[in-house]
Write a protein that binds this ligand. Sequence first.
Ligand code: ZN
Length: 408
Amino acid sequence: MEKAQLQRYARLIAGSGLNVKKGQKVVIQCGLDQPEFVAMVVEECYKLGAETVTVKWSYMPVAKLNYIYRSLETLSQVMDIEKAEWQSRVDNLSCLLWLDSDDPDGLSGTDNEKISKANMARYPIIKPYRDAIENKYQWCIAAVPGKEWAHKVFPELPVEEAVEKLWEAILYTSRVTEDPVAEWEKHNAKLAQRCEFLNKYKFDRLEYKSSNGTDFTVGLNQKGIFCGGGETTLGANVYFNPNIPTEEVFTTPMKGRAEGKVVATKPLSYQGKLIENFWVEFKDGKAVKVGAEKNQDLLEKMIAMDEGAAYLGEVALIAYDSPINNTGILFYNTLFDENASCHLALGRGFNNCLENYEQYTNEECNKLGVNNSMIHVDFMIGSKDMSIVGVTTDGKRVQIFKDGNWAI
Ligand code: ZN
């Protein structure tokens, strides 16, 4: 990939993504796939005035060996060094960047149950740190191609070509044009306009229908708002873009109000494995039945992770005619695939999708209907003929999506 193009991408991530401010600490989590690009991002962060930039490299085959050879007991522990890292994030509100390049099949052959149990044991130990920094720090997830990932997406190409092609797809969908920063300002303004439209109606519920069998209603939260694009940190008031790319307008639904069946339109990459051709049936807000052609057991385990894992935490609207979907590429990566079509997420909801959320504690947000869980897993349900109707509390019906695209 051309160096100037990559530099623009690095600048976009450090500037518009994290929006690093003078004197801030930055932590970057990434694989070993694109070290030169990581260095470019590090430099851009320093140019913006970062005090320190720490890179945490990881290598999936090593993570896999840990899952295979370590006992459940040691996998369940949060080591002192990890706790110290979390405490440092709490003390410094460091910016956090994930540069994802993971192999979608990187953990296949490992024991799902062991990984789930270890995550469940670690969750309550990490949660207080997480709660202490939620919505107070800048973070961003962006992607760079890894060889295994590129091969999975373009299996017919020699691997070097596949990596190049995945770079192209990442940069295209991330709107890395001659002036990506200006492009993102325009894009954010458009997403804000859609949010404004939806928030004006204060819909009671959304009704989904599609010829693939989706027939589903989800209740919205009367204190809820639709969000999209950039976010602003509490306290410091810094505007940042948590996802590059992003196309979604989303909200946190009312826990306990979801009825009917949703049929997934893309496979779900979960814990390094793919759940394929699946559906979920809801009753009183809870996923009560699931089916999948492949890895159904993984899906069943996922919704049984904790009490909230079977409830919804996100409702997101994205046009079928979106840049990501138009590439025709299945990325096997949530950051991209979730922005290709309308989706839902099982698990944790978003406090910051409630009006004046900063006035409430976590517990109060949960009482107001924001779901709480250790998981938050997006799955795609958007289709070419999807219809979504918004219904207000007084019964007014507004067509929001028609034939897969925005009708407003
Ligand atoms: Zn989403």
